[in-house]
Design a protein. Structure first.
Length: 309
């Protein structure tokens, strides 16, 4: 029988909106949504395991359940699963100050009201955020997600002896020793393959501690990231937001986000990096949360966003 655990969450919260800000495309096979449950393979102390999260109750009184399959549920696995899902779904983030800020801004208030309950999702690890960013550099998000799907299918840790059951996103040790050309066969360019495998090898060998970037300020963290092969300003800022949960960071080199901001504000001319920074300054320290709201706004306009209401 599966183990079912309650999850603590600060209201308001909507699981559907938060999951869509994480998955971004309907064919994302790492972060799955069936209209009721969010499912993902996590690497727990006991191995790769698929967990599921469901929500009962309205956004202002959400009740979340975490389901862990199997008959053996070590305390370590339970704690690791709860911690991972809390991070991924931003369950402990208090958005009360953001809603107060939005209520005083005639541009932001309708957007925040439309997507009320969206929490800022994060990847389970900084490594996964970094590989996601590298894979999606200079290609469409749709293609990038498909490349990441293939990467997980090929090199992810399988959930048990039946490899068809599914796989977790690859760990550094899963990518550190792949043969040259293996990632190119999945859709990575030669430069992206070299960047991803070098970072994986350094992390696997203990020469690179990506999670420790969380202890650095923005400028130092960006400097550390840019020192890595294949990492530029966009990738670094994306990792700050999506990997480290820095909600004040709006990745200003993100072409899609720039377009979202321009269209939402009804501007005729495209914005450059400096203009984006000046525009979002009014929403500090929540510029990154505006970034995520605009992502959902764009997904809704494109007919991609599927919600329960």
């Amino acid at each position: 029988m599966p183990l079912v655990l309650p999850l603590d969450v600060l209201p308001p919260f909507r699981l559907d909106l938060t999951v869509w800000a994480l998955r971004r495309r309907a064919d994302n096979e790492m972060d799955r949504w069936d209209g009721q449950s969010y499912r993902r393979f996590l690497i727990l102390p006991g191995g790769a395991t698929e967990v599921a999260v469901t929500q009962e109750g309205p956004p202002e009184d959400p009740r979340l359940r975490l389901e862990i399959p199997g008959s053996s549920h070590a305390v370590e696995d339970q704690a690791a699963a709860v911690a991972a899902v809390t991070r991924i779904l931003g369950l402990s983030v208090d958005l009360t100050p953001f809603y107060r800020l939005a209520a005083e801004d005639e541009r932001l208030e309708p957007l925040s009201a439309r997507f009320r309950g969206l929490k800022p999702p994060r990847f389970p690890s900084v490594f996964e955020a970094l590989v996601n960013a590298i894979a999606c550099q200079q290609i469409t998000l749709t293609l990038g997600i498909r490349v990441l799907n293939r990467l997980t299918q090929t090199f992810g840790l399988p959930a048990g002896p039946d490899e068809a059951a599914g796989r977790a996103f690859p760990r550094p040790e899963d990518l550190a020793l792949v043969q040259a050309g293996a990632l190119r066969a999945l859709g990575f360019s030669r430069q992206k393959e070299r960047a991803a495998t070098e970072i994986a090898a350094a992390a696997a060998q203990g020469d690179l501690s990506l999670e420790q970037l969380g202890s650095l300020d923005d400028s130092d963290a960006v400097a550390k990231l840019i020192a890595l092969r294949g990492v530029g300003r966009w990738t670094a800022e994306y990792v700050l937001l999506r990997g480290l949960g820095r909600l004040h960071v709006f990745p200003g080199d993100d072409v899609g986000a720039r377009g979202n901001l321009q269209r939402w504000l009804g501007l005729e001319q495209p914005l450059d990096y400096e203009e984006v920074a000046r525009t979002v300054e009014a929403w500090r320290p929540y510029a990154g949360l505006v970034y995520l709201h605009l992502l959902l706004w764009r997904l809704s306009r494109e007919g991609i966003l599927e919600t329960g209401s």
